[in-house]
Ligand binder design. Structure first.
Ligand code: C5P
Length: 430
């Protein structure tokens, strides 16, 4: 894991988890990054600026002006390769989401042209509150990257979701993200997007009908499931995407949870969602965001099912303003996205199982077998939009399960039933 030569701004806001900022600074510096720390006044009550100044080897900024001089937040915002706000309190999230610029963190955030990551930390009821949810969704809809909270014991004595992600996971997410080749001078993130999924009306897929209790053959297992499309932003209002709805992956997550699994569902932008018990939902937008969460969750998973339709390419740059039309044709340069399946396949340990999907319009079996091998999958779910009622946009699907030398064909069924067929096959190899 290297952050050699990367310039990182760390914004620390006033949570009890602020003491972990010392571990984050130390980890970033150890990985080779140059770090500048910004703190809110409240954060300085939890951890001394001197500690963070010593670890980062640079003065810490606590306000835009200190009575005698003005700290140039625009310069700092342009200097950085990435900005990380960790811990991000409910207050700081709210101010960032709404542009309330009364701290050095928000001033630099509003000027930054680099990717911005935020790792919240707060009590479980604050984290669950609709105001916080809305602010998180707003921040994501502007193109910022959420580093999701962990679950466990909280400072209040309560237990639940709201813990700051582990410092080493935070650093790994940054390192993985910045290691992806970017187009020259890529000005991320996209600010003021109106295409964000955050504020969309979501149709809940859960609670549709009464069913008999499921068998508990995945009890004690942890599953990672990717689902939905990814959107690759061209500018604040346009993106490259695909027609995946995420329905198949959501059905898999719900069926696996009903069978006793603990599921991390990494879901691309779609109108559909789930509130099923046992499913931890990670909403993402781009392939790089999906990749960042997936590589973090994979080491602790027993199996992953990669049902997402991940964009293979993204624009080499995301314009900060809406692209204007000109006379004549225009060319958009695309660069490769990470192949999540291939990466997880490479890091697969002997006890782990990896399942992929192949959507093929021609030479299905041959292509599926190629992917199986290339990505080190245990089996692959092959489907074709040529089959009536199958693949994108349908509530039904018709699949073939392909292993090295065996092919099992299934009839057209509801995606819920297809999910159970896939999980039956997984249970056999787990
Ligand atoms: O190569 P292809 O996109 O056809 O492979 C499909 C499988 O690989 C699916 O399981 C899909 O979720 C996964 N995939 C991925 N990351 C990519 C591309 C595909 O995880 N960048």
């Amino acid at each position: 894991m290297s952050l050699k030569g990367k310039k990182i701004i760390l914004g620390v806001s006033g949570s009890i988890a602020a003491y972990k900022a010392a571990l984050i600074v130390r980890g970033l510096v150890k990985a080779g990054a140059e770090v500048r720390v910004l703190m809110t006044k409240a954060a300085a009550d939890f951890i001394s600026p001197l500690t963070l100044a010593t670890l980062s080897k640079h003065e810490v900024t606590t306000s835009v002006h200190d009575g005698e001089s003005w700290n140039n937040h625009v310069e700092l915002g342009l200097w950085a390769d990435a900005m990380l706000v960790a811990p991000a309190t409910a207050t700081t999230l709210g101010k960032m989401a709404n542009g309330i610029c009364d701290s050095a963190i928000v001033a630099v955030y509003l000027s930054a042209r680099c990717p911005v990551f935020f790792a919240p930390a707060m009590d479980l009821d604050m984290w669950a509150h609709p105001a916080t949810r809305r602010n998180v969704e707003l921040l994501q809809s502007y193109g910022n990257h959420l580093i999701d909270v962990g679950t466990g014991e909280l400072a209040s004595g309560l237990s639940g979701a709201g813990r700051l992600a582990e410092p080493e996971d935070i650093i790994k997410i940054l390192a993985d993200f910045l290691a992806q080749p970017l187009g020259k001078g890529t000005p991320l993130p996209v600010k003021a997007s109106n295409t964000g999924t955050g504020m969309s009306t979501k149709a809940d897929l859960t609670g549709t009908g009464v069913s008999s209790p499921a068998k508990q053959d995945l009890k004690g297992k942890t599953l990672l499931i990717t689902a939905g499309p990814t959107y690759e932003d061209l500018d604040p209002v346009r993106y490259l995407g695909n027609r995946s709805t995420g329905r198949m992956g959501i059905a898999l997550a719900e069926a696996a949870a009903a069978r006793g699994a603990s599921v991390n569902l990494v879901l691309g932008p779609t109108e559909l969602t789930t509130t099923a018990e046992g499913v931890t939902l990670h909403n993402v937008r781009s392939a790089r965001e999906m990749h960042a969460i997936s590589v973090i969750k994979w080491p602790k998973a027993d199996a992953a099912i990669l049902a997402a339709a991940v964009a293979d390419y993204r624009p080499s740059r995301t314009e900060a303003g809406k692209i204007k039309k000109k006379e004549g044709p225009m060319t958009v340069k695309l660069v490769r996205n990470p192949d999540i399946a291939a990466e997880l396949g490479q890091d697969k340990r002997p006890h782990q199982r990896l399942v992929g999907f192949a959507l093929e319009t021609e030479n299905g079996l041959e292509n599926a077998r190629g992917k199986l091998k290339r990505k080190n999958l245990d089996f692959i779910v092959l489907n074709s939009p040529n089959d009536k009622g199958a693949a994108f946009g349908h509530t039904t699907n018709k699949i073939q399960l392909v292993t090295g030398n065996k092919v099992t064909a299934f009839e057209l069924k509801s995606k819920d039933d297809v999910a159970d067929d896939i999980l039956d096959a997984l249970v056999k190899v787990l």
